[in-house]
Structures are given as structure tokens and as C-alpha cells.
Design a protein around this ligand. Structure first.
Ligand SMILES: [Zn+2]
Length: 434
């Protein structure tokens, strides 16, 4: 889960004839209002808030939330009424090893049509975070998010949400994150009116922010000591990719934040509204510009490609599309030869790997899943684009984004509609057998 990124692209857009459409609107989404107090030194958080839902998932007789194992629950109520809670004390999600799951069952006479408010309050020292996790709490660097679920998290059933978080901490810290940021007295408000999939809250004593226009949107880069030359170069690359993907896959209207994480381990990830990136070496940026372009483009493309469940085989709709989007962007910037090199590289070492179809995402080695999702998937998409042409391929992508396609079945239906049934059958066969 881990998924956002400019000159000749306008020319490419006109030539390719890809359409642009507004795809994301905010309404009717679950909404979090939270007061969060953080003490990085003590690795301690205190959380109090409300999650408002306009409806309950169909047929659900219970609702479960991931919360970090370390905190003590003070309140967890349904429309301010005490409700029996089941605490699993452990996680069934391999992305969230530090979580436990809290369930409540809906009473039989529960009015399902009325809006629902879940009130919660808890505090405590966060559980010990594995070194390879992409979240942290500590004196030097704090990065809270879903990997150590500091807010009651249930993306699987509830989907995207909006939020408004008031954060308090010792004044020596700058509080920032993904989303809009405002400061009043000693409180930092982080909010997102655009439905998203995580609430990333960071604290650091020494962080700088670079801000620039990106068309009608703004780009912010939070960093420790990037030189101006690098910031200009990075923002140029990201703006180019952002405009390119807007033109290919449908326009999204959102400000983007890029956070240079100060963690050594745990890697980067993309969220709607921003990227958290690790391992950016200012001294090597120019020399390794192709590598960085592809890395940024993959993560940026997740702004468009994130609808499928990351814990099922349908994740190829996120990862293979994001990866192929990054190759399309590479081709625009660096030319056909660079694109061909990447394609050739992806063809290596595929022998013996299982097909994409029903890939057991949770029980296959990471290396195999990587080969299938990041190498095999993009190669199949390359074959598809070669067969139907760039124009139709972009139209298909546009339709997928517009229809919020999140299963392979729906993708194949769309392919049959947008292109023809024969192509859909051909592609299904490749997904099943290659
Ligand atoms: Zn990805």
C-alpha cells in the first residue's frame, strides 16, 4: 500500500487525444474529527474524537476498527450509547502487525438508515514499532499513520474518508502532514476535504517547507536540508508528471504534499494528497534522474490508481497500473530507448512466476509478488497498449478512474465495452495463464 507526479506533455496530450475529467468529489464520506496530543519523547498519544458515517455497509452486522495495541481504551460508543465491544488483541492484517481489532455488533433494533456517530477516546504509549514499519514515534522524528493505527481505522469496509485533526505537542516541534495545515495558538489543524485513505501526522524539530504553484494546485515539499536547486528540480519533475497523468487519466483537483521522511528504514508510500519518500540523496539526484523520475512517477500515479483492495490479487489494478504509468511518463521525458530498457529489464526473471489471476497476495513470497505485480502486470499492459493504441488505452484508463473500477471482473467488463469483447477475452487469458 504504499500510492503522485511536465513540459512536452501538453503536446503529447493534444496528440494522444486523451480526455480530462474531474473525478474526485467530497460528499457522503465517513468523517473523522479528532483531538490528538502527542508526546514524542514518551512515545505517548492521547486521542479523543468522533467518526461520523452516513450509512452502515450493507449486510454488516458488526463493525471493526484497527487500533494500536499499546493504548488504553477510555471510550468507544455508538451514538453516545455504551455498546459491547470485542477486543481481538491481535491483528489479522499483515500490513498492520501492531494493531488489534475492536468490534461492536449492531443491536437488532438498530436504525441503519440514520447517520451513525462513533465516539472514541484512548491514550497510552504506542506499542513497539518494527524497524521495517513506515511509521515512527520518537524525539527526533514522528510519523503517525495507519501502519501503527493511531486512529480507529477500517478502510476495507468504509473506504475513503475526510478528516479534521487538532494536534497539540510541545512547542519545540513543528507539526505537519498530508492535507491542509493551519495553526492557531498552540494547535495545528490538519484536514482533508478530499476523501483519502490515511491520516499522516508528522512532528520534527527541524523541518523546512518549500511551496510552489502547480497549475491551479499547490505543491509542498517538507524536507530537512534540500538545496534550492534540488527543490526546483524536484518540483519541476513532479509538476510535469502531475499534468501528464491529469491529461492521460482524468484531472484531479488537489494540492500535493511531499514529505521527505527522516526514517532510515521502512520505505516510502503514497497517499491521496501526498507522498512520503525515503532515500532521496541530493548529491545523486541529477545523476540518477531516470531512477528518481520512475520512483516519483510510480508513487504519484497512485493518486489515480488506488481503488482496488491492497490485500487481494486485485491489487494489480493499483500496482501494475501505477508502474506502467511511470513507464509511460519515462517514455515522454527520456524517450523510447529508456522505455525499452525498462521493458527489457522487466522481462527478465519472470520464468516460473505464477499468473496474476488469483495470486495469493498474502501467502506468496514478497519477491514473487513483486515480480508479478511490478513486472508481469506492466508487461501485459504494454501488450494491451500496443494492441489497442495509446488513444484507446488512455480512454480505458479514464473510464476506470471515472467508474472507480476496483475488481478485475469490472476491469474486463469495461475493456469489453470500451474496446471489444475479443480483446477482453484475450487479456483475461493472459491474466490467467501468463
Ligand atoms: Zn505502488
Amino acid at each position: 500500500m504504499k500510492k503522485i507526479i511536465i513540459q512536452l506533455f501538453f503536446v503529447a496530450l493534444i496528440i494522444s487525444g486523451c480526455q480530462s475529467e474531474k473525478t474526485i468529489q467530497s460528499s457522503q464520506y465517513p468523517h473523522y474529527e479528532i483531538e490528538l496530543a502527542v508526546d514524542p519523547q514518551k512515545e505517548y498519544i492521547a486521542v479523543k474524537g468522533t467518526l461520523t458515517l452516513n450509512s452502515i455497509p450493507e449486510n454488516a452486522d458488526s463493525l471493526g476498527f484497527y487500533i494500536d495495541k499499546g493504548v488504553d481504551l477510555k471510550q468507544f460508543t455508538l451514538n453516545k450509547k455504551q455498546t459491547a465491544i470485542i477486543d481481538t488483541a491481535s491483528s489479522d492484517n499483515r500490513f498492520l502487525p501492531n494493531a488489534r481489532k475492536l468490534y461492536f455488533k449492531f443491536p437488532k433494533d438498530f436504525d441503519r438508515s440514520a447517520p451513525l456517530a462513533i465516539q472514541f477516546a484512548y491514550e497510552g504509549k504506542l506499542s513497539e514499532i518494527p524497524k521495517q514499519a513506515a511509521n515512527r514515534i520518537g524525539e527526533k522524528w514522528t510519523e503517525l499513520g495507519l501502519y501503527i493505527p493511531w486512529f480507529p481505522f477500517n478502510y476495507e469496509e468504509l473506504g475513503s474518508f475526510t478528516y479534521s485533526i487538532n494536534v497539540t505537542a510541545n512547542q519545540k516541534y513543528t507539526v505537519f502532514g498530508i492535507g491542509n495545515i493551519t495553526h492557531e495558538n498552540d494547535v495545528t489543524n490538519l484536514s482533508s476535504a478530499i476523501p483519502t485513505n490515511d491520516i499522516v501526522v508528522c512532528l520534527s524539530e527541524d523541518i523546512q517547507v518549500f511551496e510552489t504553484e502547480m497549475g491551479n494546485n499547490r505543491l509542498k515539499i517538507f524536507h530537512k536540508n534540500f538545496p534550492d536547486t534540488l527543490l526546483n528540480k524536484m518540483s519541476g519533475e513532479v509538476t510535469q508528471m502531475f499534468n501528464r497523468f491529469n491529461s492521460w487519466f482524468g484531472a484531479i483537483d488537489m494540492d500535493i504534499s511531499i514529505i521527505e521522511t527522516q526514517r532510515i528504514q521502512g520505505g516510502g508510500y503514497a497517499r491521496i494528497g501526498g507522498l512520503v519518500l525515503s532515500g532521496i540523496n541530493p548529491a545523486k539526484f541529477d545523476k540518477q534522474i531516470v531512477y528518481y523520475h520512475q520512483f516519483f512517477a510510480h508513487e504519484l500515479a497512485h493518486l489515480w490508481w488506488h481503488k482496488a483492495s491492497a490485500t487481494t490479487w486485485h491489487d494489480w489494478l493499483n500496482e501494475s497500473f501505477a508502474e506502467y504509468s511511470s513507464l509511460m511518463s519515462l517514455k515522454e521525458t527520456f524517450g523510447q530507448d529508456t522505455f525499452d530498457l525498462y521493458i527489457a529489464h522487466k522481462k527478465k526473471e519472470l520464468e516460473g512466476t505464477p499468473p496474476i489471476w488469483e495470486l495469493d497476495r498474502n501467502n506468496v513470497e514478497y519477491e514473487i509478488a513483486y515480480q508479478v505485480l511490478y513486472n508481469k502486470g506492466p508487461l501485459l499492459l504494454y501488450e494491451l497498449e500496443s494492441k489497442i493504441g495509446n488513444n484507446k488505452f488512455c480512454l480505458l484508463c479514464n473510464s476506470m478512474i471515472r467508474n472507480e473500477t476496483n475488481t478485475t471482473e469490472d476491469f474486463l467488463k469495461l475493456l469489453a465495452q470500451e474496446v471489444n469483447p475479443e480483446t477482453a477475452s484475450w487479456f483475461e487469458e493472459m491474466l490467467r495463464t501468463r
